[in-house]
Design a binder for this molecule. Structure first.
Ligand code: GCB
Length: 610
């Protein structure tokens, strides 16, 4: 019991914080991975979190033995305990729980995780942070019996400082992950993808000096291909008035700048003869930031991205976005994608199809995808999980959406591959929704004025004109690229309808088709009118492509979708069995006929646009 009361002291001292800090460039920092096997406890009733009065145990002055975050063991043979991590099963982190334990395949609720470890700090003065790449959806984090805080949002990173809690021996991190869907959350109750739960991305301890480079941005100024600008931000007690050096040896840049009282400094540096990043030439420069004998390396590409009339210009050259939409799922294993090998598989397929662009739907994907896209020369659309009908009138929901948008923008701002921030997908038109999206777009532009803003909107019929489609969404005024999903031939008529459709889009902005497509079970053959056959999907692609050629401002597309993916909405036995079949590649990795239609079209577009 003594042990418990000393822990309580620690608990009371701590004020619980909501994590929303994002570390820049974790791959190049001094880290110790906590990936691997973690013990877990499935807590359907959340008994380890709430007491029998339904009060959170971590807010009680005297939490009883049942508070799982305390990670207790019976002291003697009479002690009452109803959980025990040591005898509980283990699963792999990172990874979703659905694919690792058959009983958890459909599970939506709380699972507790525990990892124990020893840790030796390099220097007495160093600081240590506990970082999660992502965990879905709400994560409460405890270390050595103390609550560090919580994070909401399933696809963005967060960290807590643990310097003062760390011991040399027998540390334990206990994490409660809850993936229950909620109406007011982002995303909301209703989605068309699998609600994978768990600690789905890497967990690391990051060790820094007492004052260190926390964040930075290094990129070309908007529309100025000869000026590299950005900022550097130090964190720590002596962050004011410090010298930091930015060097890019290949460009003969070596500049020292001095931070202000907040540890912040901005810079702009003229640069000559930059070898610009582009899909044809994914040049990345070695960039080094040095502060007080600490160095942080990165590889950064430089390019401009702009819109002029209906053209998208990369490095001042018109481009056609040969894209494909992708979910963060490894279909071969039927699980969330989380590692570099997964990114290689997915982006490798996209490249094979002839893509120079991917739409990472419908939420921020793991950082491996972005770093690999940088290396492979694939341009990227990143998306905020504002999907379908979230409660647009709820201010807390707005704050959650904004927080997740900021988190991904902070993480990926130095990736040249990212050219578009997407605010939302298929949201219903209304005044409150317009306000919501306008505010999100304004925030995005404030954080990053160099990239383009868009959202996957919806097409509509043009009133009074038969077979005429267009888009009439007031949010179009706030985006750089008019993107919309159209499902002619699947949800809207049969593929033959494509021949009858006229498009009327009176806007001189680039038009991008963020989705079209249809389902096919790989290996099911039939006539082009047999829904679910590969021939139907093939015909749908041929006719959609022909139809879309009529749109003069068309500057790209990301059809739905690269591979079949798990979705509980897809219940039809034999054909679907829990899979959305709109993939151009099956869950076994076999290409369907439509894959080759798109590949052929992209060959043509490459010849035409370069
Ligand atoms: C859509 C959604 C996407 C769905 C797709 C479908 O419009 O944006 O998330 O999966 O349709 O297959 O119905």
């Amino acid at each position: 019991m003594k042990k418990i009361s000393s822990l309580i002291g620690v608990i009371l001292l701590c004020s619980v914080i909501t994590a929303q800090n994002v570390f820049q460039n974790i791959p190049n920092r001094k880290t110790t991975t906590l990936n691997g096997k973690w013990h877990y406890i499935v807590d359907v009733y959340e008994s380890g979190y709430y007491n029998y009065r339904y009060e959170p145990r971590d807010q009680k002055e005297h939490p009883t033995n049942e508070a799982i975050f305390l990670n207790l063991k019976p002291n003697d043979r009479s002690d009452l305990h109803e959980y025990d991590f040591d005898y509980s099963p283990t699963m792999y982190v990172p990874g979703d729980w659905n694919s690792q334990d058959e009983k958890l395949f459909y599970y939506e609720g709380t699972v507790w995780y525990r990892k124990t470890f020893d840790y030796h700090k390099n220097k007495e003065t160093n600081r240590v942070f506990l970082n999660f790449g992502a965990a879905n959806y709400r994560t409460d984090v405890y270390m050595n019996g103390k609550k560090l805080g919580f994070h909401e949002g399933g696809f963005t990173p967060f960290y807590f400082e643990v310097t003062n809690l760390l011991k040399e021996k027998d540390n334990y991190v206990v994490v409660k992950v809850d993936n229950k869907r909620k109406k007011e959350a982002v995303p909301t109750l209703n989605t068309d993808w699998w609600n994978y739960g768990g600690i789905t991305r890497d967990v690391d301890l990051i060790e820094t000096e007492s004052t260190f480079i926390a964040d930075y941005s290094v990129q070309l100024q908007k529309s100025n291909a000869n000026l590299i600008e950005g900022f550097i931000n130090l964190d720590g007690e002596s962050k004011a008035n410090q010298q930091v050096t930015l060097s890019i040896p290949e460009l003969k840049i070596n500049q020292t700048v001095t931070t202000d009282d907040n540890g912040w400094v901005s810079f702009n540096i003229k640069a000559k003869k930059i070898n610009y990043w582009s899909p044809e030439n994914p040049k990345l420069y070695a960039v080094k930031l040095t502060y007080n004998n600490q160095t942080l390396d990165d590889k950064i590409g430089f390019r401009t991205i702009e819109v002029k009339g209906s053209d998208i210009l990369i490095n001042n050259k018109s481009v056609f976005l040969r894209g494909i939409s992708i979910h963060e799922e490894n279909p071969l294993d039927g699980r969330r994608a989380y590692c570099k090998e997964d990114a290689e598989l997915l982006l490798g397929w996209a490249k094979e199809m002839g893509c120079n662009f991917v739409r990472l739907a419908h939420y921020p994907h793991n950082e491996h995808m972005l770093r690999l896209a940088d290396e492979m020369g694939i341009m990227v659309w990143e998306e905020n999980p504002v999907y379908w009908t979230i409660p647009f009138d709820n201010h807390d929901t707005y704050l959650l959406a904004e927080k997740q948008l900021k988190e991904v923008m902070i993480r990926d701002k130095n990736r040249a591959s990212v050219i578009i921030w997407s605010m939302a997908n298929e949201t219903p038109r209304s005044d409150v929704r317009l306000e919501f999206l306008k505010n999100l777009a304004a925030t995005a532009r404030e954080i990053d004025n160099t990239r383009l803003i868009s959202a996957a909107l919806e097409k509509n019929r043009v009133k009074g004109k038969e077979n005429t489609l267009g888009i009439d969404d007031p949010f179009m005024d706030y985006v750089d690229i008019i993107s919309f999903n159209e499902y002619v031939g699947w949800y809207d008529g049969l593929p033959d309808k494509c021949k009858r459709v006229h498009w009327e889009i009176d806007y001189s902005k680039p038009v991008f088709i963020s989705e079209f497509g249809g389902g096919a079970l790989q290996g099911l053959h039939g006539d082009r009118l047999d829904r679910w056959s590969e021939e139907y999907q093939e015909d749908l692609y041929i006719k959609n492509i022909e139809m879309l050629r009529q749109i003069p401002q068309l500057r790209g597309m990301s059809p739905w979708i690269l591979t079949d993916f798990r979705s509980p909405r897809r219940m039809r036995p034999v054909i679907q069995d829990g899979w959305n079949r709109k993939g151009l590649i099956s869950e076994k990795g076999t290409k369907k006929k439509a894959f080759f239609v798109l590949q052929e079209y992209y060959k043509e577009m490459m010849e035409k646009w370069g």
